[in-house]
Every structure is written in structure tokens, then in C-alpha cells.
Design a protein around this ligand. Structure first.
Ligand code: KG4
Ligand code: ZN
Length: 372
């Protein structure tokens, strides 16, 4: 998990291109699901992050309980901000922008960050910006050289998390063409549900991956949903049903590790096949694998093999930034800082449970540059 230590870079504040304004730090708050996180980004990228996982809180319930999530976020968010600022010795006066995850996610959980961010922005007289969670995941693969991000486009993105499974042609910042999405469960959701069937608890992805390490290859072969049909569309609920059927057959010598391995292989096979098909069809030379399921070792390995074979560059976030975090939200905030508004004028609603990546637009600065 995220190290409790905080780091501070020696980055000098930079002039925001075209505006004459100095941008030093953006503070970001993330609470869209079951991770509570705060981070600060500067001109050279992310400076520091503090994060708390709610996994232990939800584990007894086998999944995220929205009401518990909201209450816990509300309890720990402000102390996390205070600790982060204390440890980095960043004063509120040095922060130019307060950002938060506006959506998509659990609406009650999102509102806790939204309320705190608006309160801080109003109290400190700073502008505020609501960030798209999935755009955060998208940039998470580029945090090591954030200022270079505009030059990394176009690329293909496979976004696989607990709530989303998307194959996206990223033409530029804020210009996302969704090629395919899941028709039912997200990939991470399938891992979580299958883990529940196997009695592995929550969160399921890491538990399945660990069990699958001991499983024999090809001992259990499960269906590959929509592998040869549906374009880039994905589907995982039938696979979960196939796992349940195997368990109901009560074959006495069925090893759960073989079943976990068979399930993981099926998910990885579909994701890798469709993603490769997309980068070939779109003639893209770079692919980003992001979202919580990008922590899956087998998926990383298989995608890397195919990318290398095709001469495609694979970008993956470090493991600590695969799952939800505030560093990625702070990074987007910094890139989109020109769009921030005064707290009292910020767009409503403050939180959006559903919000398509396709609705985003390029950052304001770019549009202004184009208009001139
Ligand atoms: O991005 P994320 O932290 O939250 C959402 O935005 O949904 O993703 C969480 C998901 C969970 O479903 C979890 O089971 C899955 O990522 N996950 C994994 C692994 N680590 C986390 N799935 C497969 N293998 C893993 N190693
Ligand atoms: Zn996420």
C-alpha cells in the first residue's frame, strides 16, 4: 500500500502558459469509492500524497457499503489534509487551486470531498475545480513525466477498474473516443464477485490473483465472452455465472486455485485480445493500462508481451497508483488549472454519480490558443 511517508520536491512555481499567473500547488481530494486520499501537485508533477484505504471497514460486508464509505470519508478527510500540509510544510497561501473528484462514483462518497473542497476554497479564497475520476486514471500512467503529457497523445487506453471497463482512443487531453465499454459488470467487479463466490473476501482482485498463482494453466477453461463479436464491447457477467456453475457442479477434486487461474486467464485473454485489435486498427504506437485491475500481474505481463511483439510502447502506473489515489486527481487539476472557478460560482451539481469520459472537452488554455 501507499507509504505513509510524504515527499517534497524542490520544484519552483511555474508561470502558467499564456496567463501570466503563477501556479504553485494544486491540492486534490479523492473520495469516489472506498479510498480516502489527498495530494498536492506542483509544476513538476505530484509532490506528496496521503491515503487511507477503507478495505478493512467493508471487508465484513463482502463489498463497499455506500453509507459506511461516506461517513468514514467525512471523518478522516480534513485530518488527512492537515497532515499533508503539515508534513510538506505547504501553507494554504501557497495553494493556487483546490480540486476534488466530481464523479463518477458513489454520490454520497463524492459529496464528502466536494463539500470539504468547496469549504476550503471558499475559506482560503482559492479557485475550485471538479475533476473526472477516469481522466485521473488515464493520466496516472504518465505521472513520472507529467509536463510531457501533451506530447504523449494520441494513445490507446485500457481502463479497467471496479466500476469501469473501457477501451478508449485518447486523441488529446479531454478528447476521448470510447471504442468499447462493458455491457454489464466491470472487470474489477467480476474479480470481486468471483472472489465472493470462492469465499475470498473483499477486495477480490488481489485475492483471486494470489490464488491463481498456484493454479494450473488450462486445467479449468472458461468462456471468453464477446471475444470474436461485439467489436470492442466487453462483458463479464456470463463469466461470473460460468464460475458459479463450476462450483455448483460440486466436482470433488476441483481445486479453487485452478478455477481462479481459469477465470483470470479468461478475463486477461479478452482484455488483451480486444486492446491489441484496437491499437492495430487505429495504428497507435502507445497504450496505457490503467485502473485498479491494472495491478494484475498476469494482465500486465500479457499486454507487455503483445505490445513488445507489435513495437507498441506500454505505459502502466506504478502499483501504488493503479488503484484509486489523489495524485492522479491533483495532476489533472494542474493540467486543467485554467478552468477553475470561484467556490461560490462552481458548476452544479457538485457531484455526478454518472459522467461519461466522452463529455469532457480539451483544457481551456488549449481552446483559447486555438481560438486566437
Ligand atoms: O480503480 P479502483 O481502485 O477503483 C475504482 O475506481 O473502481 O479499482 C478497484 C478494483 C477492484 O475491483 C479490485 O478488485 C481490482 O481493482 N483490483 C484487481 C487487482 N488489484 C485491484 N483486480 C485484479 N487483480 C489485481 N491484482
Ligand atoms: Zn478508480
Amino acid at each position: 500500500m501507499w507509504s505513509e511517508a510524504t515527499i517534497r520536491s524542490q520544484a519552483e512555481p511555474a508561470r502558467r502558459p499564456g496567463t501570466g499567473l503563477f501556479v504553485s500547488y494544486a491540492l486534490a481530494i479523492e473520495s469516489s469509492c472506498d479510498d480516502t486520499a489527498v495530494a498536492v501537485a506542483g509544476p513538476n508533477g505530484v509532490v506528496a500524497e496521503r491515503r487511507r484505504s477503507q478495505a478493512a471497514l467493508h471487508a465484513p460486508h463482502g463489498g463497499v457499503v455506500p453509507e459506511l464509505a461516506s461517513r468514514d470519508h467525512a471523518r478522516v478527510l480534513l485530518p488527512l489534509v492537515e497532515t499533508l500540509l503539515d508534513e510538506t510544510s505547504i501553507a494554504p497561501s501557497e495553494i493556487d487551486l483546490v480540486a476534488y473528484t466530481r464523479g463518477p462514483g458513489l454520490v454520497g462518497a463524492l459529496l464528502t470531498a466536494a463539500a470539504l473542497a468547496h469549504g476550503l476554497a471558499h475559506g482560503w479564497s482559492k479557485p475550485i475545480l471538479g475533476v473526472h475520476h477516469i481522466e485521473g486514471h488515464l493520466v496516472s500512467a504518465f505521472l513520472d513525466d507529467l509536463p510531457e503529457l501533451p506530447d504523449r497523445f494520441p494513445f490507446l487506453a485500457l481502463i479497467v477498474s471496479g466500476g469501469h471497463s473501457l477501451i478508449v482512443h485518447a486523441h488529446g487531453l479531454g478528447r476521448y473516443e470510447i471504442l468499447g465499454a462493458t455491457r454489464d459488470d466491470a472487470a474489477g467487479e467480476a474479480f470481486d464477485k468471483v472472489a465472493q463466490l470462492l469465499g475470498l473476501g473483499y477486495p477480490g482482485g488481489p485475492a483471486i490473483a494470489r490464488l491463481a498463482e498456484r493454479g494450473r494453466p488450462d486445467e479449468v477453461v472458461l468462456p471468453r465472452p464477446l471475444l470474436r463479436s461485439g467489436g470492442y464491447a466487453l462483458s463479464f457477467s456470463g463469466l461470473k455465472t460460468a464460475v458459479r456453475r463450476r462450483l455448483e457442479e460440486r466436482v470433488t477434486d476441483l481445486d479453487p486455485a485452478d478455477l481462479a487461474r481459469g477465470f483470470e486467464e479468461a478475463v486477461v485473454d479478452v482484455l488483451v485480445t480486444k486492446t491489441r485489435r484496437a491499437w492495430r486498427a487505429r495504428r497507435l504506437a502507445r497504450v496505457a493500462l490503467v485502473g485498479g485491475v491494472s495491478a494484475n500481474r498476469r494482465l500486465r505481463e500479457r499486454l507487455q508481451q503483445e505490445a513488445t511483439a507489435d513495437g507498441v510502447e506500454l505505459r502502466v502506473p506504478p502499483l501504488s497508483l493503479s488503484t484509486d489515489n489523489a495524485s492522479m486527481i491533483a495532476a489533472v487539476a494542474w493540467l486543467r488549472s485554467a478552468e477553475a472557478s470561484p467556490a461560490l460560482e462552481s458548476p452544479r451539481p457538485w457531484a455526478l454519480a454518472r459522467w461519461s469520459l466522452a463529455e469532457l472537452r480539451p483544457p481551456l488554455e488549449r481552446r483559447l490558443v486555438h481560438a486566437v
